[in-house]
Design a protein around this ligand. Structure first.
Ligand SMILES: Cc1cc2nc3c(=O)[nH]c(=O)nc-3n(C[C@H](O)[C@H](O)[C@H](O)COP(=O)(O)OP(=O)(O)OC[C@H]3O[C@@H](n4cnc5c(N)ncnc54)[C@H](O)[C@@H]3O)c2cc1C
Length: 408
């Protein structure tokens, strides 16, 4: 019987180590510093201490190969370990496996020249620099990167770039950006119009206009004006016209990496929901004894179970070099919506407490909102899934191949 939902001992040990590290060190440190109040406490020193500890525990960069100093986990094992690390706010940063750097590391590993890897990937793996990924523009739909307007024009052995980007996460304080810009006027297909570049920071012509204030506050999602920025051709990442492919290569597994972290958030919300329901008394019984509340619990548990299976299976397909795009789209859509629904239900069960900042749920709800349109909006994923289902039917007379291609 080949289907086996247990991990190899070394993976299970890594998962348990991550859980213990988060429960016993990262979260208590966060809570202690939060209690001391913002602007007080040695946040930087504590982060450095936790990062050193992550290295000692062999939890540093679970997603990167061992030769780059990582744990070398495949996508399936990473799902388990990332779900654990997402249960504390800082943990992904502490183990150097957080967006957007995680996706940028994969991108550089796959597309970078040896020189680019040495100059940009190596310091990221050391944890001494941060980066950002600059694709989205305010003037055109981010959902359709073929509309991109930021333009790079060759000039000798350099490129001159002009344009406008926004929502560039982590731009302030990043040492470099992976920037997508239009370079081809008459590409064979619209997807072959853009090219990726590595932009050193600071650079003349790269102006951070502001942190965009979001419904969840300011979290270093920046608006950038690009004016006559000069980038050496040696900093072109991949070939001309491959920007879209590179973006898709980056976003496929990166989408799933988000899902892995959201699993931990969903589980946290469900734990909070049940903890509250088993303590709060109203109209003659505990909330947990009321059918209306039990349905919220059971619907959440069923959806979380589906979410875990979908993430594991999509990760399995990536790991075994099987086509994975449709499965990742289905997983991303389901997990993002489950996150939103379960956190919302947990707020409901908490009443005023859930709406207050005394509970983590209000922040979790605001963060959860973007999951349904960033990294591919719900509608785009459903459109792509429908395309795959209809194509499978037209080609094979059955939709089976487009519903996970499982032996069922
Ligand atoms: C917290 C956060 C962090 C981000 N970080 C980054 C980053 O680091 N780098 C970066 O480049 N970008 C980043 N983004 C931007 C993100 O990638 C975009 O928001 C996303 O690609 C959607 O693009 P848009 O916002 O322009 O929405 P639009 O493309 O304008 O879409 C708006 C809505 O239109 C609908 N829609 C669009 N197309 C279709 C269609 N074909 N069919 C049906 N409906 C459709 C959907 O409902 C969609 O939600 C971030 C966004 C957020 C919120």
């Amino acid at each position: 019987m080949a289907i086996d939902f247990t991990f190899e001992p070394d993976v299970e040990e890594a998962r348990v180590r991550m859980r213990a590290f988060v429960d016993e060190d990262v979260r208590p440190t966060e809570e202690r510093l939060a209690a001391e109040g913002s602007g007080r406490g040695d946040w930087r020193g504590e982060l450095d201490r936790l990062r050193a500890r992550a290295r000692e525990l062999d939890l540093w960069m679970p997603h990167m190969p061992k030769e780059w100093g990582g744990v070398g986990l495949g996508p399936t094992a990473l799902a388990a370990v990332s779900a654990e690390s997402s249960k504390a706010r800082w943990a992904s940063y502490v183990v150097n496996c957080y967006a957007p750097d995680e996706g940028n590391m994969h991108t550089l590993l796959h597309w970078g020249t040896d020189d680019q890897k040495e100059r940009y990937l190596a310091p990221m793996c050391e944890g001494t620099v941060r980066s950002c990924f600059a694709m989205t523009e305010p003037e055109v739909a981010g959902s359709d990167p073929t509309l991109m307007r930021t333009r790079a024009v060759p000039d000798g052995d350099e490129w001159v770039v002009n344009g406008h980007k926004w929502f560039i996460s982590g731009a302030r304080g990043a040492r470099f950006a992976i920037l997508l810009a239009r370079t081809e006027d008459d590409p064979e297909v619209p997807q072959a119009a853009t090219t990726a570049f590595i932009v050193d920071m600071p650079s003349a012509g790269w102006e951070i206009v502001r942190d965009v204030e979001t419904m969840a506050g300011s979290h270093n999602h920046c608006e950038i004006r690009i004016h006559d920025l000069r980038v050496p051709d040696a900093n072109r990442l991949g070939e001309r016209g491959q920007g879209h492919r590179l973006g898709q290569y980056r976003l496929g597994p990166a989408r799933l990496a988000h899902c892995m972290r959201w699993l931990g958030q969903i589980e946290t919300a469900l734990d909070l929901m049940v903890a509250r329901a088993t303590q709060r008394y109203s109209h003659g019984s505990l909330l947990s004894e009321k059918q209306g509340i039990q349905w919220l619990v059971s619907e959440s548990a069923i959806e979380l179970y589906q979410a875990k299976l979908m993430v594991l299976h999509a990760a399995y397909r990536i790991e075994h070099k099987l086509p994975f795009t449709t499965e990742v789209s289905m997983a991303k859509h389901h997990v993002a919506n489950t996150l939103w629904r379960v956190v919302d239900r947990a707020v409901q069960v908490h009443g005023a407490l859930g709406y207050s900042k005394d509970s983590p749920l209000s922040d979790m709800l605001l963060q959860a909102r973007w999951s349904r349109f960033a990294d591919g909006a719900d509608e785009i994923h459903k459109w792509r899934v429908a395309e795959a289902v209809i194509a499978a039917y037209n080609e094979h007379g059955t939709t089976r191949l487009a519903t996970g291609d499982l032996p069922l």
